[in-house]
Write a protein that binds this ligand. Structure first.
Ligand SMILES: NC(=O)c1ccc[n+]([C@@H]2O[C@H](COP(=O)([O-])OP(=O)(O)OC[C@H]3O[C@@H](n4cnc5c(N)ncnc54)[C@H](OP(=O)(O)O)[C@@H]3O)[C@@H](O)[C@H]2O)c1
Length: 263
């Protein structure tokens, strides 16, 4: 039976554990072995889920895992992982942004079965859409339990998808600004937030199952010529908002690329 070992207990690994152990799945939850650092969160997870245990050391996680997940912050990866011994054939899945397969094979030796992944917090609900590179049966099996997977054929595409996920906080800030503006206009704060969430869920939820997604066409369909959406979009275009989005994405991708050369 699969034992998932996790090195780096934090926001994304907690979401993965919650997704693996959530109620309502067909089979029993898998065994999970957590690294000891961040004892508070590890204790919360072991208290909540009987198949989750905490190891005494990172090496014990490596030795006890049949599939090992690397969930460290990128800047901690080299020092934490180079101190460990890995057995040949261990299946390894990295969630760490910007650390390429090539760089990981320099840090971890020997490594024969390695995949990168981009899980997002909705894996906790089994609703993740997780890109993988290169395709790997172990990573597909894991993330299929947590939603759906996208097998990406080249690392450049994978890196660009990773960069695009950096826009989520900005989107939430945008929605928060709309809600705060409503509150300033006299709408009670809970109603303002709920209404904004409902409006955007109504736009975005149907896209999950749409045959095709064409954002240009959708934006066009939401604008009456001479209407209010067209007016608001015009203000943002004139302010250079969308050029700033492109510049921001370029900078994120450059930062991801630069991590290859970091120690
Ligand atoms: N959060 C997301 O939504 C998300 C999505 C996709 C990918 N990722 C990637 O996932 C990785 C982790 O992100 P995160 O947001 O989960 O970070 P996080 O919440 O900061 O978790 C990282 C954890 O690793 C621990 N750690 C540091 N050094 C360690 C060591 N030597 N041994 C064992 N544990 C150690 C940290 O402990 P201390 O706090 O004590 O240092 C922390 O608890 C990053 O590489 C990120 O790029 C995150």
């Amino acid at each position: 039976m699969t034992v998932y070992g996790i090195i780096g207990v934090g926001a994304i690994s907690a979401a993965i554990v919650r997704g693996l152990c959530r109620a309502g799945q067909s089979g029993p939850p898998p065994d999970v072995l957590l690294s000891p650092r961040n004892a508070r969160l590890a204790a919360e997870l072991t208290g909540q889920f009987p198949t989750v245990q905490v190891a005494v050391s990172n090496q014990q996680v490596v030795d006890g895992a049949s599939v090992l997940l690397l969930c460290l912050r990128p800047q901690d990866a080299a020092s934490a992982l180079s101190a460990l011994t890995f057995r040949p054939g261990l299946e390894i899945i990295s969630v760490m942004a910007g650390i390429t397969v090539h760089r990981l094979t320099q840090i971890i030796t020997p490594v024969t079965d390695l995949a990168r992944s981009i899980p997002l917090p909705d894996v906790a609900l089994g609703q993740g859409v997780t890109p993988l590179f290169p395709p790997s049966p172990a990573a597909s099996a894991l993330f299929s339990r947590l939603g759906t997977v996208i097998e990406v054929q080249d690392e450049r595409t994978f890196e660009a998808l990773s960069a695009s996920t950096a826009t989520v906080a900005a989107l939430l800030n945008y929605l928060g600004t709309v809600a705060a503006w409503l509150t300033g206009a006299g709408v009670p704060a809970p109603l303002a937030s709920r209404y904004v969430a409902a409006v955007f869920s109504g736009v975005l939820n149907p896209l999950q199952t749409a045959a095709e997604v064409d954002f240009g066409k959708l934006a066009h369909n939401h604008q009456t010529p001479g209407g209010l959406n067209e007016q608001f979009l015009g203000v943002l275009k004139q302010a250079g908002t969308f050029r700033a989005v492109e510049r921001g994405l370029d900078q994120v991708l450059e930062r991801l690329d630069s991590r290859q050369s970091q120690g």
